[in-house]
Design a protein around this ligand. Structure first.
Ligand code: SF4
Length: 121
């Protein structure tokens, strides 16, 4: 005896004739908001970040460490809570390169929405 195969429900496009597709994560504006942390105490100088991203990092001649422009001191680290500029963070962007190239590993970029580290150490 053969059992009849259960009928599958028919796939129908939603009203208007279009099938709704799930948006890609990168299409969400929240995906492109970043927190940047700088542990100034660990800076060993060398001018790399200031060369790559002079908009955010300038050398402080008094102690030879970089200052993080626009950051606030939070729990001992200099932080920009919400940097919404994908061109600085996505591959090739200045902030991303500064974080990745820092020899002391004291700059870190985190995607706020997911908590994932996207640049730095
Ligand atoms: S690249 Fe890193 S170690 Fe060098 S000045 Fe910038 S923060 Fe300091």
């Amino acid at each position: 005896m053969f059992l009849k195969k259960k009928e599958q429900p028919e796939m129908r496009p939603e009203s208007g004739g279009h099938t709704k597709l799930k948006p890609k994560p990168e299409e969400d504006p929240e995906f492109h908001k970043y927190r940047v942390e700088y542990n100034r105490a660990g800076c060993i100088g060398g001018d790399i970040c200031t060369f790559i991203d002079p908009k955010h990092f300038v050398m402080n001649k008094a102690d030879g460490k970089a200052d993080f422009v626009g950051a606030k001191l939070v729990d001992g680290k200099w932080v920009i809570e919400e940097l919404h500029d994908p061109t600085m963070i996505e591959p090739g962007g200045e902030m991303r390169r500064a974080a990745d190239c820092c020899p002391a590993g004291v700059i870190r970029v985190v995607r706020i929405k997911t908590g994932e580290k996207v640049a730095g150490h």
